[in-house]
Design a protein around this ligand. Structure first.
Ligand SMILES: C[S@@+](CC[C@H](N)C(=O)[O-])C[C@H]1O[C@@H](n2cnc3c(N)ncnc32)[C@H](O)[C@@H]1O
Length: 280
């Protein structure tokens, strides 16, 4: 673990399921020493950026997200210059949002332009959500915010510094490939898309593939393999009967968490989640 943590290193994207509000609950449950860390469903990376481990394998199946992190690592100053060109105006927003409708044009953009677009849309779209439709196209509407922080240069530079001073590998793979490749001594934090608590609460817009109950079962099988290899993990998910049954052989800690997945604000609020771990 990095000895002096940089407070400016923090999530640069708002992400559905962001774990900032659960950090204080998770922290005491972590192993005392983490020398090597793996996060296969990194999303906004709240725990990663909080812990700032010296060695980390960072993964997510969302290609746009991993591109953002890769560009922050390799090209942060061009990214900041690119972001400065964006305006918080509805017409401008929809024009930028629609870049991915023209596949040929989109393919011709640089990685820096694509990453700047995602950061810009995330700051200016309604509720700050990354959401795609079945065709994989960004579809959140304009948010009409007064003063969105489109160019958060201090945070971008801090994350750039962290990514370049620690030993970080960034991949865009299905979680199973990542989990099969890690070895003993690595600590794993698993924060998959949650099992829906009701038919209307499911959020599948992270990627066009969604996340099914079969994916949840496959993940539990991966967890069993980690346990067999002596690799420690902690997993978060919703407190559904299905999830509790899947992990009935493990320690299950029920926690209350505020979630804002529902766009109907009256449905936001405290709901039960579980933390599952395979170590004392
Ligand atoms: C609950 S979010 C993670 C939130 C994150 N912990 C945070 O603090 O922002 C789940 C993530 O899993 C990713 N994901 C979905 N299916 C996946 C798969 N098959 N393999 C790897 N990542 C996947 C999504 O793109 C999403 O970013």
């Amino acid at each position: 673990m990095a000895s002096a943590k940089n407070k400016l290193v923090a999530p640069v994207l708002k992400w559905v399921g962001g774990k900032r509000q659960l950090l204080e609950t998770i922290k005491p449950l972590l192993p005392k020493r983490i020398s090597s860390y793996c996060e296969p469903f990194v999303g906004g990376g709240a725990l990663l950026f909080h812990l700032q481990p010296k060695i980390a394998h960072v993964n997510d199946v969302n290609e746009e997200l991993i591109r953002v992190y890769t560009v922050i690592k390799n090209n942060v100053e061009s990214l900041i210059t690119e972001l400065e060109k964006f305006k918080n105006e509805a017409d401008f927003f929809y024009a930028v949002r629609d870049w991915d409708r023209d596949k040929k044009k989109y393919a011709s953009l640089s990685d820096t332009e694509k990453a700047a677009r995602i950061l810009y849309l995330n700051k200016t779209c309604y509720n700050g959500l990354f959401r795609v439709n079945n065709a994989g196209e960004f579809n959140s509407p304009f948010g009409s915010y007064k003063n969105p922080n489109i160019v958060n240069a201090p945070a971008l530079r801090a994350v750039n510094f962290y990514f370049n001073t620690a030993n970080i590998s960034l991949t865009c793979l299905d979680y199973e490939k990542v989990l099969n490749s890690i070895s003993k001594g690595t600590f794993v934090y698993l924060d998959p898309p949650y099992d829906p608590v009701s038919d209307t609460s499911s959020f599948t817009g992270y990627s066009k593939m969604g996340f099914t109950q079969e994916d949840q079962v496959r993940l539990r099988e991966c967890c069993d393999n980690l346990t067999a290899k002596g690799i420690k993990f902690i997993l978060s998910n919703s407190a559904t009967n299905f999830i509790k049954e899947q992990y009935s052989n493990y320690e299950i800690i029920t926690v209350q968490a505020k979630r804002a997945i529902n766009s109907v604000s009256s449905r936001r609020g405290e709901i039960d989640e579980v933390l599952v771990r395979n170590y004392e």
